[in-house]
Design a protein around this ligand. Structure first.
Ligand SMILES: CC(C)(COP(=O)(O)OP(=O)(O)OC[C@H]1O[C@@H](n2cnc3c(N)ncnc32)[C@H](O)[C@@H]1OP(=O)(O)O)[C@@H](O)C(=O)NCCC(=O)NCCS
Length: 356
């Protein structure tokens, strides 16, 4: 039996950020509301496109694995904010990382995208079709925000994370997963003015994120907890066997509700929503990488992950870490410098959305 071991991990957070106090200068909100309702204190705003965020995260993961990019068979990019639709954004990343022998494909399952992509790449390795893959999740959610709408403008941010998967005889990597989609309610979370359902002969307004917050909240807690139970059963594990939960970072209260349902202590739950907000598909990829960097993932750790997003897609995964928790090579990959603050970066969009 072949397994798809995670041998490299990397993340890319653009340097410019907007704090809650800064946000309250441009949206009718305040730090106290955002912190207590969502747990978010700050979010990153990208000065580069999604492909560039993805490329830097992928290069860091490749250096971490210590592999030659020409040996990669698949570049799979989870995103709902592709920088280009045709050609796909993954082809730009394939070019920029030098993975000249790899297939390149974008995958969209919104916030569940990273776990969906991890499952797809793992299945190809387990089936013996490929040997090495880089699975990336990259998002530029700030592009979709309507800065006149305080409900969504405060919740999202930009960023990317990536992992390298390599065929291995050792039982490691994604060992059990459950993915699904409650499509009957797909309308309660969506982005408008985007896609070929729009009338391209009429002037379109800016795209914007719509959601029924309370309903999504309840569905996310139930969906992610039940998917975790399913994966535990498949893997024949007890909750006590889990060393770390790496949940999608949409709202701290959603994470705490799942933690409560699964009865996990604080030190077994990875949280970084306070710094980055909801980066959609990228949250789990970034959090996984940051958990290793913080020393929360030890050799052979049992990791549970769960996601929920538009569709309404959901997913849970049991990942067994390998032996190594440090990079093979330190990466030199960096974004181009940014000479603007987060507020300066969003100001043109703020003026357009607020009609000024
Ligand atoms: C959005 C969310 C943070 C709202 O938290 P909540 O406790 O459910 O808050 P409510 O929606 O009940 O809003 C309460 C009040 O805050 C107000 N409010 C909304 N956004 C606000 C903001 N940014 N600042 C200040 N007040 C705000 C509302 O207008 C409402 O006012 P009212 O009571 O006078 O009508 C929460 O429901 C959530 O995170 N849901 C999931 C979000 C989601 O879909 N994420 C993407 C997919 S994973």
């Amino acid at each position: 039996m072949q397994y798809a071991k995670i041998t490299g991990w990397g993340k890319c957070l653009p340097p410019a950020s907007i704090s809650n106090d800064e946000l309250s200068q441009i949206v009718d909100t305040n730090d106290e509301w955002i912190r207590t309702r969502s747990g978010i204190r700050s979010r990153r705003i990208s000065h580069v496109d999604t492909a560039t965020l993805a490329t830097v995260a992928a290069k860091r993961a490749i250096d971490c694995a210590g592999i030659d990019p020409t040996g990669i068979d698949l570049v799979l990019l989870a995103t709902c904010t592709p920088s280009t639709m045709v050609a796909n954004t993954a082809s730009q990343v394939q070019h920029d990382i030098g993975a000249t022998n790899a297939a390149a494909c974008d995958a969209n399952a919104a916030c569940s995208g990273f776990l969906y992509a991890l499952q797809m790449a793992t299945a190809q390795i387990q089936a013996g079709m490929i040997k090495k893959a880089v699975v990336i999740a990259a998002e530029r959610m700030s592009w979709h925000l309507n800065w006149a709408r305080r409900d969504s403008a405060v919740l999202f941010g930009d960023g990317a994370g990536a992992v390298v998967l390599e065929a291995s005889n050792e039982p490691a990597g994604l060992l059990a997963a459950k993915t699904g989609c409650d499509s009957g309610d797909r309308g309660i979370l969506h982005i408008s003015n985007c896609g070929t359902n729009t009338d391209r002969y009429q002037p379109l307004g800016p795209s914007e994120i719509h959601f029924e917050g309370r309903e999504i909240f309840k569905r996310a807690v139930k969906g992610m907890s039940e998917a975790c139970d399913d994966v535990l059963r498949q893997a024949k594990l007890e909750l006590a066997d889990i060393d770390l939960l790496v949940p999608h970072q949409a709202n701290l209260r959603i994470i705490q509700a799942i933690q409560h349902r699964l009865d996990l202590p604080d030190d077994k739950v990875m949280v970084n929503i306070d710094q980055y907000g909801n980066t959609s598909a990228a949250t789990i990829a970034i959090a996984l990488c940051e958990a290793v960097e913080r020393g929360l993932i030890q050799p052979h750790a049992n990791i549970m992950s769960a996601a929920f997003g538009a569709g309404l897609t959901w997913a849970a995964a049991y990942i067994r870490w390998g032996e190594r928790v440090t990079p093979v090579r330190q990466s030199q990959a960096e974004l181009p410098p940014c000479d603007k603050t987060g507020l300066e970066l969003v100001m043109p969009a703020v003026k357009a959305c607020q009609g000024g």
